[in-house]
Design a protein around this ligand. Structure first.
Ligand code: FCB
Length: 449
């Protein structure tokens, strides 16, 4: 067992990276022929975004990508996870290709490679072209086939240079927040629609995998899922059942079909999903073997008397999420014991913190974020000692950015973004993380230079 207070050495070939997504950082939503996404439309609805902001400028990464790659390089990071905006490539979702949109990602990938940073691309991080939502979005099975055409276009252009491809980011959130609770775009609220969307998202993943393999035979291909363990302090069987149901709906619903185990039967029953959307051969396609599983982990959720999140006993981040570092080890070991995927990357982990200590030079001394990253990485090391093949870690996020329904109010960056001047300033956590990336040693000590 690793002593929590001692520095831990990761293997030399462990990849240290940071992650972002297109809509959260790019801005330039009308530049160079980009089409409308469901997030552009959603942001225009009064009250949809807590601070009434939108993605029109965001971090302006579209225009500042050179500077941003130089920043990644100055932090010594070896990998960068980003996503490709479908509406930049195919403004109507399908049909005519917008070459200028593809050119942007081409330049980004080349700049990363020139800086010796491995590009980790995600094909879909929630910004569906609005034109496809107008045809019923992910509730429509055709969207899965259209995703395959989009994958084709992107892979033909970038498949020779990207190290790692993820089809989807967190299909649970797309289906649940987008189609059930309505807190995310497209803002719909229907359980049957959410179930259909979840199935079509997974189908899109399964159908796209062979296309990724065909055009990028040397790259890794996989998917990124989020895991939020459900936990209860109570012995009441009702609460225990609630935990199992939440775990089934949020976690097992996605990983089990991918691992070839089908949808969790208990959850299908408790939701009353009729499974009308499943056609012959779908589950085989969804379980196409993956090279890696991307794991996003932030927090746990606590269940009590049937209510979610009522008993928060641990310190909280600015998202009011409990800080529960051992959860990352628990999910990694559980996943590996159950499904034995070939390898894992932590594709997102990080914390929104209030960042109250901004000085005149815009420097933020975010010791709380360093503690969060440190404590989670120590747990990742323990999972690796338990035998889980984890090959890299991506801090969420490189920048403060557009945090979906929260707008810009929640800051997850290891680099501060001043939204008036758009200047980027590495926080103490970025300097600490640079040491980690340089040495592969995770300790609390931080040497600012
Ligand atoms: C994840 C998302 C990512 C970011 C973090 C905080 O669910 O994938 O875009 O919003 O949460």
């Amino acid at each position: 067992m690793t002593d929590q207070s001692n520095p831990v050495k990761f293997p030399d070939k462990f990849l240290w990276g940071s992650a972002t997504s297109s809509f959260q950082i790019e801005g330039a939503t009308e530049a160079d022929g980009r089409g409308e996404s469901i997030w552009d439309r959603f942001c225009s609805q009064p009250g949809a975004i807590n601070d009434n902001t939108d993605g029109k400028v965001a971090c302006d990464h579209y225009h500042r990508h050179k500077e941003d790659v130089a920043l990644l390089s100055s932090l010594g990071l070896q990998a960068y996870r980003f996503s490709i905006a479908w509406p930049r490539v195919l403004p109507n979702g399908k049909g005519a290709v917008n070459t200028k949109g593809l050119d942007f990602y081409d330049r980004l990938v080349d700049e990363l490679l020139a800086a010796d940073i491995a590009p980790f691309a995600t094909l879909y991080h929630w910004d569906l072209p609005q034109a496809l939502e107008d045809k019923n979005g992910w509730v429509n099975r055709d969207t899965a086939y259209t995703f395959v055409d989009y994958t084709h276009v992107v892979l033909k252009r970038l498949g020779d240079r990207v190290a790692s491809w993820a089809t989807l980011n967190e299909p649970f959130v797309s289906a649940s927040h987008g189609y059930l609770t309505g807190e995310h775009a497209p803002g719909r609220k229907s359980l049957p629609d959410a179930c259909a969307a979840a199935h079509h998202l997974l189908l899109a993943h399964g159908l796209a995998m062979p296309v990724v393999r065909e055009f990028a035979p040397d790259a890794d291909a996989g998917i990124v899922l989020n895991f939020t363990p459900a936990f209860t302090h109570s012995d009441d069987p009702k609460d225990q059942q609630e935990c199992a149901d939440i775990d089934g709906f949020e976690n097992r619903w996605y990983v089990e079909p991918i691992a070839g185990a089908g949808y969790p039967v208990d959850t299908v029953e408790s939701l009353g999903w009729e499974q009308k959307e499943i056609q012959a051969g779908d589950l085989e396609k969804i379980s196409t073997p993956i090279d890696f599983l991307g794991v996003n982990y932030y927090t746990r959720q606590t269940v009590c008397a049937g209510e979610k999140d009522v008993k928060k006993t641990l310190p909280l981040t600015d998202m009011q999420w409990e800080i529960y570092p051992q959860g990352i080890r628990e999910i990694l070991t559980t996943l590996h014991n159950r499904h034995a995927f070939k390898k894992y990357f932590i594709t997102e982990n990080g914390a929104a913190m209030p960042d109250t200590s901004v000085d005149a030079d815009e420097f933020v001394d975010d010791q709380d974020r360093i503690d969060y990253l440190h404590d989670h990485l120590q747990q990742v090391a323990q999972a690796m000692q338990d035998g889980v093949p984890v090959e890299g870690y991506f801090a969420w996020s490189l920048f403060d950015n557009f945090e979906w329904a929260h707008g810009y109010a929640k800051r997850f960056g290891i680099v501060r973004v001043n939204y008036e001047t758009l200047t980027r300033t590495p926080k103490a956590s970025a300097l600490w993380y640079r040491e980690v990336a340089n040495t592969s040693i995770v300790g609390r000590e931080h040497t600012p230079t």
